[in-house]
Design a protein around this ligand. Structure first.
Ligand code: PRP
Length: 207
């Protein structure tokens, strides 16, 4: 299942982050801003518990989050979305998966993984600006599940039908939330129109 966050405030920011003339400083700011909005939607079904709070006037019955949240950026570009989600849920823990796509085969290669134990029984939110073939996302979900995670959601900025299909086939229980579902992949396995190489644009490594 992929849910498109088509709110005008998100789509406006998406138009700017897609723009080739947007530099790395603004790209980073927009990645943070967009992530916060998408995660707001992605976390709408997390477990809450009823609590009673004393207001200055009377007792109020309220809801508080009742699950451990673990954010998992896929290195390196996922780091660009970390600040946005932590603004929304500042007590979340953070795990990491280091993956890059082999330039020839386009297959994900793992170079790092480290997760807090709360992935077991908690809610894991994988963040990565682009899901293209879906290979990196599937590999990250595989690793989380192998380490005991049961409840996983994926948040990205742009994805495309090929990536959604692979994630749905391999992990039908894991929803994807995105600001854009693009048309297709190009021959270099970039989403079209996409945002380009999100890692390079975030960190200023392209030129
Ligand atoms: C990009 C992107 C995803 C992956 C998506 O990372 O951030 O992790 O490619 O491609 P896929 O869906 O086809 O697997 P990249 O390999 O460029 O690494 P980087 O984050 O270190 O720049």
């Amino acid at each position: 299942m992929a849910e498109l966050i088509d709110h005008p405030c998100v789509q406006h920011k998406l138009a700017i982050i897609r723009d080739v003339n947007t530099g790395h400083k603004r790209f980073r700011e927009l990645a943070t801003e967009i992530t916060k909005f998408i995660c707001y939607e992605a976390l709408k079904n997390i477990k809450t518990k009823e609590v009673t709070v004393q207001t200055p006037v009377a007792e109020a019955t309220c809801q508080k989050i009742d699950t451990d949240l673990v954010v998992v950026p896929i290195l390196r570009a996922g780091i660009g979305m970390l600040e946005g989600i932590l603004e929304l849920v500042p007590t979340a823990r953070v795990g990491f998966v280091g993956l890059y796509r082999d330039e020839e085969t386009k297959q994900p290669v793992t170079y790092y993984e480290r997760f807090p134990p709360q992935i077991k029984g908690g809610t894991c939110i994988i963040i990565d600006p682009m899901i293209a073939t879906g290979g990196s996302t599937v590999a990250a979900i595989d690793k989380l599940k192998k380490n005991g995670a049961g409840n996983i959601v994926v948040v990205c900025i742009v994805t495309c039908p090929e990536g959604i299909e692979l994630v749905e086939t391999e992990h039908p229980d894991v929803p994807i939330y995105a600001a854009a579902i693009d048309k297709k992949l190009n021959e270099k396995k970039y989403s079209v129109p996409g945002v380009g190489d999100a890692g390079d644009r975030l960190f200023g490594t392209s030129h």
